[in-house]
Design a protein around this ligand. Structure first.
Ligand SMILES: [Zn+2]
Length: 117
């Protein structure tokens, strides 16, 4: 991918998200510090501002349904879910225990989005 910034850390995230360590990720991930990701992330949170897992809290993070470490696409909107920090924190354990799979989550989100128009 073409680099858009010369600075080693790229552009910082705005607001409170910038104050937290990256979710379960490695520091200075070039894709997650890219302007492309910032745009995709903002579009996802704009389209789905409420957590798509609990349906209650405001979404403040974007989850990769099929984890990037497992080959999930970073920028494909079809691989993204708006989540609150609490739900985002629980998802890896749910995947690990087999309580939830990426396919099941994708199906759940598709059904909810369809139902909500
Ligand atoms: Zn939630």
């Amino acid at each position: 991918m073409r680099r858009l910034f010369d600075q080693p850390t790229g552009r910082k995230m705005e607001g409170q998200a910038a104050q937290r360590p990256a979710f379960a990720g490695k520091a200075h991930d070039p894709e997650l510090s890219s302007s492309r990701w910032q745009a995709v992330r903002a579009a996802q949170l704009g389209a789905f501002p409420i957590c798509e897992v609990c349906g209650k809290r405001a979404a403040e993070e974007v989850h990769h349904i099929l984890p990037r470490a497992h080959g999930g696409d970073t920028f494909d909107p079809g691989n993204l879910a708006s989540v609150c920090a609490e739900c985002h924190g629980k998802l890896p354990a749910m995947y690990k225990r087999g309580v939830l799979t990426p396919d099941a989550l994708a199906g759940l989100l598709a059904a909810r989005r369809f139902a909500n128009g």
